[in-house]
Design a binder for this molecule. Structure first.
Ligand code: ZN
Length: 330
């Protein structure tokens, strides 16, 4: 019996030893693969691997995509996982590169006469510099049948029209805003002037029934020309809308006030100049004279009459200032 007991004990001991060895081998394999560290570290390793398996492509993508088109053995995994992130940069890139086309649109500025003209304006420099000092006012009338050399149906002479287009181009270039004008507010025939003056006369008579005809005439003549005395007959000026004092509050007027002389235009009837020009302040009425004259008129703060030397009036000078063709000076 003892032998049997001993044998059984021995068999049990052997069996337990075999189990221990077996489990040792299993854990031993794992620990050898990841070094001699403990299991908590092992768990960390695996979790890190899981994390890096997801995060790696994000960091790897920008490097691998642009660098190498065809990759090494490990790349197929990276590329396949990182394809979505790789398409993201192109989506965000356009906003970064969008300003580039805009700056590319900025054309070469042409500096002329100390002013920087955009290309849309610079192409009209020839016209901007053309001088036209035709003087029409209360002392210098235009014959009833006078017809200026208007450019097409613009209501303006060619140099004035293209100088105006240059201003429009420059304003659009600087502000992005578009300006236009009404051709009917440029050239006005004698007949048109006649009807306009008659209309204003009727309106003033209704307002001032006690005024004499002469008083009405003088009143209207502070803002409307007697037929034959209108600068609008020359095709060298125009009115912008609204034709009222409120125009002075517009951005366009403010821009004109600073820049128009670079394009040969002047504010023809300025504030407190009625004694010289004969008319009240008209912020909407702009006249083309050419850049040189406009620059001097603007910088000296004078009127066209003063620039031409006809004000103050003195005998013998008025006819010299009138630059209409002799045939029209009957
Ligand atoms: Zn006008």
């Amino acid at each position: 019996m003892r032998k049997i007991v001993v044998l059984v004990l021995a068999a049990l001991i052997l069996a337990s030893c075999a189990q221990i060895r077996h489990s040792d081998v299993g854990s031993g394999d794992v620990s050898s693969a990841y070094g001699s560290e403990s299991t908590p570290d092992l768990k960390n390793d695996t979790s890190d691997r899981q994390n890096t398996a997801e995060s790696e492509p994000l960091t790897a993508a920008p490097e691998t995509v642009p660098d190498s088109g065809s990759g090494t053995d490990t790349e197929p995994i990276v590329v396949s996982v990182t394809e979505p992130p790789a398409t993201e940069p192109p989506v965000t890139e356009p906003p970064v590169t969008e300003p580039a086309p805009e700056t590319a649109k900025k054309d070469d500025l042409t500096t002329d006469g100390g002013y920087k003209y955009c290309s849309g304006a610079a192409k009209y420099l020839e016209y901007i510099k053309t001088e036209n000092l035709t003087l029409v006012n209360k002392q210098n009338e235009v014959p009833e049948d006078y017809l200026p050399d208007l450019y097409k149906k613009t209501g303006m002479m060619k140099e004035a029209y293209f100088a105006l287009q240059a201003m429009f181009a420059q304003y659009k270039y600087e502000t992005g805003k578009t300006v236009s004008y009404n051709t009917k507010l440029a050239y006005r025939s004698y007949e048109y002037q006649y009807n306009l003056f008659a209309k204003y006369t009727r309106q003033e008579k209704e307002k001032h029934p006690n005024y004499t005809d002469e008083q009405i005439r003088q009143l209207v003549n502070t803002y409307s020309a007697i037929p034959g005395q209108s600068e609008h007959h020359t095709g060298l000026c125009l009115d912008f809308t609204p034709v009222s004092d409120s125009f002075a509050k517009s951005d366009w007027f403010k821009w004109l006030s600073k820049n128009a002389y670079h394009f040969g235009f002047i504010l023809r009837y300025g504030k407190n100049q009625i004694d010289i020009t004969g008319y009240k302040y008209e912020p909407w009425h702009w006249r083309f004279v050419g850049r040189d004259a406009a620059t001097e008129i603007f910088t000296r703060g004078i009127t066209l009459e003063e620039y031409l030397g006809v004000y103050p009036p003195s005998s013998g000078q008025e006819s010299d200032a009138l630059e209409l063709p002799p045939d029209d000076l009957n």
